[in-house]
Write a protein that binds this ligand. Structure first.
Ligand code: GLU
Length: 455
């Protein structure tokens, strides 16, 4: 049987990094094993599910390079849920309950006050026919619960190892609301059966659901899939990353200039103990992928590491891939030589802009010693310039002024770029061109006093 996995977001918000990691791990698992990756929208909650969020999640997954082989929406599959639910009714594995939310809350509080776990007491099963009729006559509509069987439910979790859960300690879950709509739990199991899911990889917040769903698979006479529960990602302070809109979403990282491959590389290794490192491609991530490498400890999302990976990805990016993006950012003069010169100095693509100004636009040169600047200007070789120009020019300057090292190079860098650090001047010089360099040396020499150096 070939592998089939699914990523099953609820379209109730934007994709945050925790869910993006779940999506990525599923996609890599499928790719690594030549399997199938299904995108399923868990949209049975009609009020909170929004088409805009589904579209945004799709766009973010595509941006990350996570193509899915097929997709499904739970709202399109209601007849399948009705049919399975009818089978569970015949098998007496679901039962109607009439308690109101207030009554349930009251019971819960009472149980807790007595030191008992707040487990549903199955009072609905003890109602007489007459009592049921009266409730119906009062206009109450039942919700339905799945009846758990007592005893242990266990599985060999691909991340957590052997897991055993005691079903006696769990409430029978509500599967259908009083308005007839399905909650997440049962449709998910039905989908996993009908759509042939072989491995369910999701967050550890679903561990208890898995115990319930294994019983659902069994009640529907299906073989449960294999399960893997990844620990939730925490922020650097160890707090769970919130699902709140705008906080650590894929979209916000994208807006901050994070490259998709940097994010994928970072998330793929997060929680494996392997050092964070930019991979050359998603295929490379799939090739090294092994779900057994993920541990149970809560991984911390460290944005500064992600930025380092971002720099690595940019340093390795070919001119052809960035050319249209630089143009779209308005850096229209950039060419392959420019990219070659500056890419090693970027954390984000946007960081190329000041260097674009240095090479093709206007900057404010740093103030340097006027005599030195004048000599430097007088020794500039004639155009055309190439990468050897720098060497010849600075050699002549060294011979004339007897300056060397920092004393020679720093004023030149300040005058030509306005900054103390940056890409190699050897590469920048021919991009700036002679007239721009002459003008900057002149401006740099117009120093009121050396006190202003570096301003
Ligand atoms: N919609 C659920 C969630 O986003 C899916 C859980 C699952 O993978 O089964 O948490």
């Amino acid at each position: 049987m070939s592998t089939k996995v699914r990523f099953a977001p609820s379209p109730t918000g934007l994709l945050h990094v925790g869910n993006a990691r779940t999506a990525l791990v599923n996609a890599l698992f499928a790719r690594a094993g030549g399997g199938h990756f299904l995108l399923r929208f868990d949209d049975t909650d009609r009020e909170r599910s929004k088409d805009e969020y589904a579209a945004a999640i799709e766009e973010d997954l595509r941006w990350m390079g996570l193509a899915w082989d097929s997709s499904a929406r739970q709202r399109d599959r209601l007849p399948a849920y009705e049919e399975a639910f009818a089978r569970l009714r015949v098998a007496d594995r679901v039962y109607p309950c009439w308690e109101t939310p207030e009554e349930l809350e009251y019971k819960r509080k009472r149980q807790l006050a007595r030191g008992h776990p707040p487990i549903y007491d199955r009072a609905a099963l003890r109602l007489t026919d007459g009592e049921r009729r009266r409730l119906e006559e009062d206009g109450r509509r039942p919700h339905w619960r799945f009846m758990l069987q007592p005893g242990f439910v266990g599985w060999n979790d691909m991340v957590r190892g052997r897991v055993e859960m005691q079903a006696d300690h769990m409430s029978d879950p509500v599967v259908v609301r009083a308005d007839g709509t399905f909650l997440y739990m049962l449709p998910s199991a039905i989908d996993d059966i009908d759509l042939g899911i072989t491995h369910v990889i999701r967050g550890e917040d679903h561990v208890a659901n898995t115990a319930v769903q294994i019983q659902m698979f069994q009640a529907l006479e299906a073989e449960p899939p294999a399960f893997a529960h990844l620990p939730k990602v925490a922020d650097i302070a160890g707090k769970e990353l919130s699902k709140r809109l705008g906080s650590m979403t894929v979209r916000s990282l994208r807006g901050d200039g994070i490259e998709p491959l940097a994010l994928a590389s970072y998330l793929a290794r997060l929680g494996t103990g392997d050092p964070a490192q930019a991979a050359p491609s998603l295929a490379a991530l799939a090739a090294e992928f092994d779900i057994a490498r993920y541990g149970r400890a809560t991984p911390k999302f460290d944005e500064s590491q992600l930025v380092q990976l971002n720099a690595q990805v940019l340093h390795a990016s070919a001119w052809e891939t960035v050319a249209p993006r630089l143009a779209a950012l308005g850096m229209t003069h950039a060419d392959a030589a420019f990219w070659q010169a500056v890419r090693g100095n970027l954390n984000r693509l946007e960081d190329a802009r000041p260097w674009h100004d240095v090479c093709y636009g206007e900057i404010t040169p740093g103030i340097v010693d006027a005599t030195f600047a004048a000599i430097a200007a007088s020794l500039l070789p004639p155009a055309p310039w190439d990468e050897s120009t720098w060497q010849g020019w600075t050699q002549a300057l060294r011979d004339t002024t007897a300056r060397k090292g920092k004393e020679l190079f720093l004023p030149l860098r300040l005058a030509l770029t306005g900054r103390e650090h940056g890409p190699e001047l050897r590469a920048l010089l021919p991009l700036m061109g002679r007239s721009r360099v002459v003008q900057r040396l002149r401006e740099a020499a117009r120093a009121p006093s050396p006190v202003d150096l570096g301003q």
